[in-house]
Design a protein around this ligand. Structure first.
Ligand SMILES: Cc1ncc(COP(=O)(O)O)c(C=O)c1O
Length: 457
């Protein structure tokens, strides 16, 4: 529903006065005011000024089944009226928690059968951290505490999540970096290996893990955590040689492998999980976002049978959240999974949407300010450079990706920028015509930026 301009102005003023936004510069917000999104349907969202946008980011990589699903609302209402809340502490549970745990265990790769619920991707990674350290304590190896992760990775915004992630700015805010978190080179060919054969680079990036393990000592390392395909850090699929080598290294040095599936889970890469697509066998998987398609907050940390059997020897689990397995969130997640299955959405991504999207994305490769396009499933990235032939980057101050994102909004699309990378993660139900709209408008925005750059030089 379109609000009158007065109402929008009043909302904007209250927003500035009282709403403390995440990942936002408060001074800029005060100057510019926020975009107030009011409703959504399918792949589209509308703001209170009546502007319509094709959401190429599915919210924040999460609204996989699209906006405005009435059946999810009905299932939520039914569950709220039946049982609005009960906890899973102290030997209790509810039918929806049990059903969702069983459903997730059936979907995850073989052997990952024990599901611990939370409410966000960040807390799922905190849970994973506590559980892997607890596991090594019970195994009589209390020295194994450190966790290795990747530069540019995103693992959340709690102290543990931000510290595990590889974003310097997040480490700096609130002195967040933990002493036993080690960050290594990611399998990011365009940034770290451009003059090298991709497969050789994949092996070298895996060797960075082994080097870090050997430097600290395998008896000090609890786990390696990574996204099967790095998402927010720039949509970075690893070269094919990377994951087999990483798994071999983890096995050899007795290091647990934690797969952060918060973005890649529930169909994003054309399989149920990124681990299926990349052929990874983790010991622990964390997931959030796509479990409920973002309709309500819910997350899960899924551990392997062998990990669980050790943890079960350690007595009571001194960990949990009031809303671990919230029955309404579980009911919504079950409905979301039902939709994914019955509408064969993951098969549609694998067979139709992703091949089309990736082919159209590759058409950007010879654009005058594009250095590389990459992606997998319905995840995509366009890496912007000033001079692709000579590999000259834009100066950081130019903020080319941010400018392109802003032009996107002006032209009715939502995309995201990180460093000089444009990122795409549309709802999984996007049609091929909507993919055309998203990418045609992106090209128009890129052309405008390229023209501005020529005029400025
Ligand atoms: C890979 C990954 N892990 C963890 C998180 C943190 O999830 P949340 O924001 O729900 O805490 C995110 C969020 O974008 C993510 O992309």
């Amino acid at each position: 529903m379109k609000k009158t301009p007065e109402t929008t102005a009043a909302l904007r003023r209250s927003d500035i006065d009282h709403h403390f936004h995440p990942f936002t510069d408060p001074k800029k917000l005060e100057r510019v005011g926020s975009r107030i999104i009011e409703h959504g349907k399918g792949v589209e969202i509308w703001d209170t000024d009546g502007n319509k946008y094709l959401d190429g980011m599915a919210g924040l990589w999460c609204v996989n089944v699209g906006y405005g699903r009435k059946e999810i609302g009905e299932r939520a209402k039914e569950q709220i009226e039946r049982l609005c809340y009960y906890n899973s502490f102290f030997m209790s549970t509810t039918p929806t928690q049990i059903e969702l745990a069983k459903t997730i265990a059936e979907l995850t790769p073989n052997g990952l059968d024990h599901v611990f619920f939370g409410t966000s991707g960040s807390d799922a990674n905190d849970t994973a951290t506590r559980l892997v350290r607890h596991y090594w304590d019970i195994k009589g190896k209390p020295g194994k505490k450190a966790i290795i992760s990747l530069i540019h990775a995103y693992h959340g915004s709690t102290i543990t999540g931000a510290s595990l992630g590889g974003w310097r700015r997040m480490h700096e805010m609130g002195s967040t970096l933990q002493p036993d978190h080690i960050h290594i080179m990611p399998p990011y060919w365009f940034e770290f290996g451009k003059n090298e054969d991709r497969n050789d680079f994949g092996k070298r990036a895996a060797k960075a893990l082994e080097d870090a393990i050997l430097e600290a000592g395998p008896d000090k390392i609890a786990a390696f955590i990574a996204e099967p395909v790095m998402g927010a850090g720039g949509v970075i699929p690893a070269p094919p040689t990377y994951w087999p080598a990483v798994q071999e290294i983890c096995r050899k040095h007795d290091i647990l492998l934690v797969a952060d599936e918060v973005i890649t889970g529930f169909g994003r890469t054309g399989s149920w999980f990124g681990c299926d697509t990349m052929n990874i066998q983790p010991d622990v998987m964390t997931m959030a976002k796509g479990i409920s398609s973002g309709y309500v907050p819910i997350s899960a940390t899924v551990v392997s049978n062998s990990l669980f059997s050790v943890i079960a020897e350690g007595g009571e689990i001194a960990h949990g959240f009031t809303y671990s397995g919230h029955p309404v969130a579980c009911a919504i997640a079950l409905e979301n999974i039902r939709i994914l299955k019955e509408e064969k959405i993951i098969e549609y991504v694998r067979d139709v949407a992703a091949p089309y999207f990736q082919r159209r994305l590759q058409e950007f490769a010879d654009h005058p300010i594009v250095g590389e396009t990459r992606g997998v499933g319905l995840l995509g990235a366009i890496e912007l450079v000033r001079n692709p032939a000579e590999g000259i980057k834009f100066p950081e101050s130019q903020g080319v990706a941010a400018r392109c994102v802003e032009k996107g909004f002006q032209n009715g699309i939502v995309i995201r920028g990180v460093r000089d990378v444009l990122e795409f993660s549309p709802p999984l139900i996007i049609t091929t015509q909507e993919i055309d709209t998203l990418l045609d408008r992106t090209r128009y925005c890129l052309d405008q930026i390229a023209k501005e750059e020529v005029l400025a030089s």
